[in-house]
Design a protein around this ligand. Structure first.
Ligand SMILES: Nc1nc2c(c(=O)[nH]1)N[C@H]1C(S)=C(S)[C@@H](COP(=O)(O)OP(=O)(O)OC[C@H]3O[C@@H](n4cnc5c(N)ncnc54)[C@H](O)[C@@H]3O)O[C@H]1N2
Ligand code: MOO
Length: 400
């Protein structure tokens, strides 16, 4: 028997419960770009590993030049030169200085570096025209972090900044969540790909490209993308193929009550377990979730905005649970920038554009429209009931 329509919140919970536990993998850090840390990362080495100079100049003892100024320069003996990458065993004695380059190891005994613009020198001696404080241009070992320090918590996305820090910290491998593998099957005899001129009665497949690219933006791997027409056995074959490698199968279209709404029958023939078929929300009311051979199949209704909105609130919500701050669907309250007439009794999701000052919603929003999605950056969820929301009124916004 067909289960009754669930609420949006129930659908979100059911979606999470049927998703497989995220697997972890350990691999070379440079190959983890875009993935989410599954374990915290600790520094293997101290950074910088040695006290180093921040300037090209002279390493010396600050007390030797405490009286130096432009009229009374202090002359020190130059005992050698250290460049970046060299190890130094110099031990600085009073009234000695070492020529030093930026990034080079500061010798024992020196507590500051005077930049060369404040000095005159030859191979043997240096004249210093300014005094310097202890620690000036001196970067102590561990100024950034020490071996054993926590660099990043589990849940942090791996980006170029994290990779720079962990590489400097001598961390070769990271443990990250494996990318979720998803398969996309669009259905409908009206669908055509863009390789050929549009035939009568046909439209181009917008849902397929949207799902594939949004999944990739969410760091999932799209292992398969096919259009199956309105052919029951082809749709079933596609689902069977997708089982082999996908953690999640997404279908679009064919979930309503028409002659060609084939998905419920296909799922039944595959002896799938239907968790819900129908959500008390617009758009996406006929959305169906089933589990076929342990693989969740989220069957989104065909209207492009139904696909977008329900994918965001169901799959996006699931990714939120992985602590991936990047995907956090920050539920915020924002002020409407203009009046919005909310029609229909059911809970309603609309797309909008928000900034610090509030949220703007195009008044005309049909579920089949695509153009008004360009530049949108949020969804607004209106509660049940028909009414006019006035300018300045706070509404629930989900950043996408
Ligand atoms: N008698 C009834 N008719 C309908 C009901 C109902 O309750 N009783 N529900 C309506 C609602 S609400 C929706 S939503 C749609 C959903 O139907 P399906 O999920 O079966 O979707 P389709 O009919 O296959 O497609 C709907 C619409 O979207 C276009 N479409 C489909 N796939 C794509 C694609 N890949 N790219 C771009 N556009 C696509 C399709 O051509 C249709 O125009 O049913 C209502 N009907
Ligand atoms: O639920 Mo349908 O997606 O309203 O248009």
């Amino acid at each position: 028997m067909r289960p009754s329509r669930v609420t949006l919140e129930q659908a979100q919970e059911l979606f999470k419960t049927c998703m497989p536990v995220r697997k972890k993998e350990e691999k070379r850090s440079a190959d983890c770009l875009g993935q989410i840390l599954a374990k915290p990362v600790y520094a293997a080495v101290t950074q910088p590993p040695f006290p180093r100079s921040a300037m090209d100049g002279f390493a010396l003892r600050s007390r030797d030049i405490c009286r130096a100024d432009i009229q009374h320069p202090v002359t020190l003996e130059v005992t050698g030169c250290v460049c970046a990458g060299q190890e130094t065993e110099f031990m600085l004695k009073p009234h000695q200085a070492v020529r030093i380059m930026t990034g080079a190891m500061i010798p024992e005994g020196a507590d500051c570096v005077v930049k060369q613009e404040d000095a005159e020198w030859d191979e043997r001696a240096v004249r210093i025209y300014h005094n310097a404080k202890p620690g000036e241009n001196y970067c102590p070992a561990g100024e950034d972090f020490s071996a054993g320090d926590l660099l990043a918590e589990a849940g942090t996305p791996v980006d170029s900044y994290l990779l720079a820090a962990v590489t400097a910290a001598g961390v070769r491998n990271l443990t990250v969540y494996k990318r979720l593998k998803a398969a996309v099957i669009t259905t409908g005899d009206e669908l055509q790909n863009t390789e050929t001129p549009l035939q009568p009665g046909k439209i181009y497949d917008a849902n397929g490209i949207w799902l594939c690219t949004r999944l990739r933006e969410m760091d999932c791997e799209v292992v398969r993308y096919q259009t199956a027409g309105d052919d029951q056995s082809k749709i079933a074959d596609e689902i069977r193929e997708a089982w082999k490698e996908a953690d999640l199968i997404l279908t679009t279209g064919g979930v309503s009550v028409g002659e060609k709404d084939l998905l419920p029958g296909v799922i039944e023939n595959l002896t799938g377990n239907v968790l819900f078929h129908g959500i008390q929300v617009k758009p996406g009311m006929p959305t169906m979730l089933s589990v076929v051979k342990e693989t969740p199949v989220l069957s989104l209704s065909g209207n492009p905005f139904a696909v977008e909105a329900l994918f965001e609130v169901l799959a996006g919500g699931y990714l939120t649970d992985m602590e991936a701050s990047r995907y956090l669907q920050k539920n915020q309250m924002k002020a409407l920038k203009q009046t919005f007439v909310k029609t229909g009794e059911m809970k309603r999701i609309v797309k909008g554009r928000c900034d610090e000052s509030g949220v703007y919603l195009p008044q005309i929003q049909k579920n089949g429209q695509l153009k008004n999605g360009i530049g949108s950056n949020c969804l607004v969820i209106f509660p049940e009931g028909e009414r006019t929301y006035t300018e300045g009124e706070a509404v629930r916004v989900i950043r996408i």
